[in-house]
Write a protein that binds this ligand. Structure first.
Ligand code: ZN
Length: 518
C-alpha cells in the first residue's frame, strides 16, 4: 500500500480526518450527480466521420417549407386540435415517437439533423456549443436558400444550435405573426405549451388552453401558405406527464404528433420517429440527403438517401463497438477512498453485516416513489429535496440496524452500487427500450453523497483507538453526554442524533443489541 494510503489509515483513527474525507467524497458525488446529465454530451460524435454528400437542388416537391414545432405537445392533446386535425385529414398523419432522452434540445437536433441523441452526442439541454452535424438549415444554406427561425420566447439554446446556418432569428412574444419571414425554410418554435405543462401539468386547464392557442397560430400560418407549392410540417419535441415533466420514456412523454400538409404530402396515416423529420424536410425541399441522418423521409425516399443513411448507421454502430462510454472518474476514486477509510476504521462484524441496508432501502424508495426517470428531475430544487428525503429515511434505517459505526461501510457498499450502476448505464444500447438505467446514476450519486454527508456529520469519535475495553467503558458516557450530543460534534450531527433518539426508534446506545460496538 502506498504512503498516501498509510497516511490515510493512520489519520483515520481520528474522527476529524474521517469526517473531512467523507465530506470531500460527499461533495464530489453531489457535484457528479448535478453534472451527470450534461456530462453525457459528446462534442465530436463518431458520426461526423461520414463524408457529406453533395447538396442537390431541384427535385423537391415544395418550393418552401414552414416547420412548426410545438414544444411539449402530447399526441393525445394534439388530436383535440381543430385546425391540426383538418391538416391531418388533408395530409399525412404520423403517430411518432420522440427520441430518448425526451428533452427539447436533443429532440430539436434529432429532428433537424435526422439522428437520435445517443448518436448525435446532444443528450441534454445544456449542450455547450453550436452543433457540428449536418442539418436542414445547413443543407438549405448550401443550396442557396434562405433560412429563418421564429420563437415565442428567447431561447439561447435553440438559436445557438445551428446559428451559422440561420439567416434571421426573430422572437415574437406572445405569438408568432402569420406574416412569416420571406425565407425558403422557416422554423417556428412555440414555447408556451411546454411552459404550461411544467407549471400546471398536461392534465390541466392551462395546458389545454395553451394547446388551443397554438392551434390558432397554426391555422393563421396555414392560411398564408399555398398547398400546391408550399409545405407545412407540424411536430412536437416531446409530450408531458399529467403532473408535468418530461425527459424519460413514459408513453405520455414519448408519443408525439408529426403532420405533413401541402406540397409533397401524401394523404395517409403511419408511424414514425422524431429523427424522420429532417430527412422529410430535406426531401420536400430537394436539398438532401442529410449527411448524418439515420432517420428516413416520411414522404418519399430515394436511393441516394438510403445509401447515406446506411453510411451514417454504419459509423454509429462501429463507434458503439469501441465502447466510448461514460463513467465519471470520481466514482472509482470514491470507491477507493471509502475502501481505505473502511479498512482503517476496523469495523466489527455487526456493522459490516448491516452495511448494505442504506443502499437497499434507498433503491427500494426510488422504486416505490417512481424516482427513476428524467421526467421527475426537471425542477432541480424539488428533485434535490425529494432525493434528500429518501436519503434521510434510508440513513435512519442504516443507523437503526447497524449504528453509527456502520456508516463508513454503508457508504462503501453504496459506492460499489453506484459504480455498477454507472458502468451498466454506459453500456446501454443506443436506443434503449427503457431509459431508467441511463437515468439511475443521478439519484444513485445523490444517495451516495447523502450517506457520505451523514458519515461526516455523525461519524463516530475515534476509530482504532476506541476499540480497547478501557476506551469502550470511557467512551460511553462521553458519547451520550447530558443532552445526548457528543462534545465537539457538529451541530447538524447532534441535532439529527437527538431527533433520532427522540423518535423512539433510535436508541442507538440504549439497547444492548443495537449498541455501537465501539
Ligand atoms: Zn420542457
Amino acid at each position: 500500500m502506498g504512503s498516501l494510503a498509510r497516511l490515510m489509515i493512520a489519520g483515520s483513527s481520528h474522527a476529524p480526518v474521517t469526517r473531512v474525507c467523507a465530506l470531500a467524497v460527499g461533495a464530489a458525488m453531489a457535484y457528479a450527480a448535478g453534472s451527470y446529465e450534461s456530462d453525457l454530451n459528446v462534442r465530436r460524435p463518431p458520426v461526423l466521420t461520414v463524408r457529406a454528400s453533395r447538396t442537390s437542388r431541384g427535385q423537391g416537391s415544395a418550393a418552401r417549407v414552414v416547420w412548426v414545432m410545438v414544444d411539449g405537445l402530447r399526441l393525445d392533446a394534439s388530436r383535440e386540435m381543430t385546425v391540426l386535425n383538418r391538416l391531418r385529414t388533408e395530409g399525412e398523419d404520423i403517430s411518432a415517437r420522440a427520441e430518448f432522452p425526451s428533452f427539447s434540445r436533443p429532440n430539436f437536433v434529432a429532428q433537424a439533423s435526422g439522428i437520435e441523441p445517443a448518436a448525435s452526442g446532444v443528450l441534454s439541454n445544456g449542450y455547450p456549443e453550436e452543433v457540428a452535424l449536418d442539418s436542414v438549415f445547413r443543407r438549405a444554406k448550401k443550396a442557396g436558400l434562405r433560412t429563418a427561425m421564429l420563437t415565442t420566447d428567447p431561447d439561447p439554446g435553440l438559436s445557438w444550435t445551428y446559428a451559422s446556418w440561420v439567416d434571421d432569428t426573430i422572437t415574437e412574444d406572445p405569438d408568432p405573426d402569420a406574416d412569416l419571414p420571406p425565407a425558403d425554410l422557416v422554423f417556428v418554435h412555440i414555447g408556451y405549451v411546454d411552459r404550461a405543462g411544467h407549471v400546471s401539468g398536461a392534465a390541466s386547464r392551462q395546458y389545454r388552453a395553451a394547446v388551443a392557442r397554438a392551434d390558432e397560430v397554426i391555422g393563421r400560418i396555414a392560411r398564408t401558405l399555398d398547398p400546391a407549392r408550399e409545405a407545412l410540417i407540424v411536430t412536437s419535441d416531446h409530450g408531458h406527464l399529467d403532473g408535468g415533466g418530461h425527459g424519460g420514456m413514459e408513453p405520455a412523454v414519448v408519443r408525439i404528433p408529426i403532420v405533413v400538409w401541402g406540397a409533397g404530402a401524401v394523404r395517409r396515416t403511419r408511424a414514425g420517429r422524431g429523427r424522420d423529420v429532417g430527412p422529410t424536410i430535406a426531401t420536400l425541399l430537394g436539398i438532401g440527403p442529410l449527411s448524418h441522418a439515420t432517420g428516413r423521409p416520411l414522404v418519399r425516399g430515394d436511393a441516394v438517401a438510403s445509401r447515406q443513411r446506411a453510411a451514417a448507421r454504419a459509423a454509429v454502430c462501429a463507434a458503439r463497438t469501441l465502447r466510448v462510454d461514460h463513467v465519471p472518474i470520481v466514482i472509482p476514486i470514491a470507491v477507493v477512498a471509502l475502501l481505505v477509510l473502511g479498512g482503517a476504521s476496523g469495523v466489527e462484524m455487526r456493522p459490516l453485516m448491516s452495511s448494505p441496508t442504506y443502499a437497499l432501502v434507498f433503491a427500494v424508495l426510488l422504486l416505490v416513489t417512481h424516482t427513476l426517470s428524467f421526467s421527475v428531475s426537471n425542477d432541480g430544487g424539488v428533485f434535490g429535496g425529494r432525493l434528500t428525503a429518501l436519503g434521510a429515511v434510508a440513513a435512519l434505517a442504516q443507523l437503526r440496524v447497524g449504528g453509527r459505526s456502520s456508516l463508513v461501510p454503508a457508504a462503501l457498499v453504496a459506492s460499489l452500487a453506484v459504480l455498477w450502476t454507472a458502468v451498466a448505464a454506459a453500456h446501454q444500447p443506443l436506443a434503449p427500450a427503457d431509459g431508467t438505467l441511463r437515468f439511475l446514476p443521478i439519484p444513485a450519486l445523490a444517495g451516495l453523497a447523502f450517506i457520505c454527508f451523514m458519515t461526516a456529520a455523525l461519524g463516530r469519535q475515534g476509530m482504532l483507538e476506541v476499540k480497547s475495553t478501557a476506551s469502550r467503558r470511557s467512551a460511553r458516557p462521553r458519547a451520550l453526554g447530558a443532552a445526548g450530543v457528543l462534545p465537539g460534534e457538529p451541530a447538524l450531527g447532534g441535532a439529527l442524533r437527538l431527533a433520532w433518539s427522540a423518535s423512539g426508534v433510535g436508541g442507538l446506545n440504549r439497547s444492548p443489541t443495537m449498541e455501537d460496538p465501539c
